[in-house]
Design a protein around this ligand. Sequence first.
Ligand SMILES: *Cc1c(COP(=O)(O)O)cnc(C)c1O
Length: 221
Amino acid sequence: MSDIQKAIQSLKNSIPQEVALIAVSKTKPIEDLKDAYQGGQRIFGENRVAEMIEKSEKLPSDIEWHFIGHLQRKKVKSLLPHASLIHAVDSLKLLEEINKRAEQIEKVQPVLIQVHIAEESAKYGFSPDELESVFEKIQGNYEAVQIKGLMGMATFTDDKAKIRAEFKVLKNAFDLIKDKFYAEDDGFSEISMGMSGDYEIAIKEGSTMVRIGSSIFGKRN
Ligand SMILES: *Cc1c(COP(=O)(O)O)cnc(C)c1O
């Protein structure tokens, strides 16, 4: 077994079966992805549109490609045919563009809504406070989009209590939105939170999808 395959195996042994492991392969060469694929990995995460398309065209078609980065509206059209899930919808304008382009290719595009839970002000996403009013606006619109849940990133820090508190904010926001808008809808079920440094905390706090890069593929340049 290669180092990449060993890393995937040990992650799979340590995370609950119902939590999806997204192998974040951004910047990594196609050989590394093939290696992971041969080790059984079928979900990959990328944050550049051109890079994701290129990789998806070179690798087997049973891979689920998750777009995890900030998405520009002008790139939605080319991304859509390739994306199984778009993790980081951070504006209604972006949601509208995804809806429009999905309609054009007769696709219903699964997405997550990004919530800003970290301290850093540069991070993208809706604030937890505005989330309810955002979902009020979403209801009944955007027929070509399926909202599967929420996504967030904790502050980059060693302070575990802080990370835990931020993930709790996301989980509480999910529960509130679920109760209020999707109580009858099993499709609203995902909380994408947790990366290499904090996935164990994220899982304890209710994550259903962890996005792990460097612990699988090694450090990025
Ligand atoms: C790069 C990235 C990850 C993976 O980060 P690691 O620390 O390498 O596990 C997860 N989520 C997002 C949104 C990313 O951009």
